[in-house]
Design a protein around this ligand. Structure first.
Ligand SMILES: [Zn+2]
Length: 59
């Protein structure tokens, strides 16, 4: 039940040669620039209301 998210490109050099890092969940390392980084799930975005946002409705 892992919630892993695999990046497709290195956020630093843009290379695709990424491999999982042993640091923990969401940790990846780039073989091109030798950088290790970690993805973090921040949360879900608020649902976008269609139409104009002039109403200011509150639930
Ligand atoms: Zn890189």
């Amino acid at each position: 039940m892992s919630e892993r998210a695999a990046p497709f490109f290195c956020p630093y050099c843009g290379d695709e040669d990424l491999r999982p890092n042993e640091q923990g969940h969401g940790a990846w390392e780039c073989a091109a620039c030798s950088r290790a980084f970690q993805l973090k799930f921040l949360g879900l975005l608020a649902p976008v209301t269609s139409g104009d946002s002039t109403g200011g409705e509150e639930i």
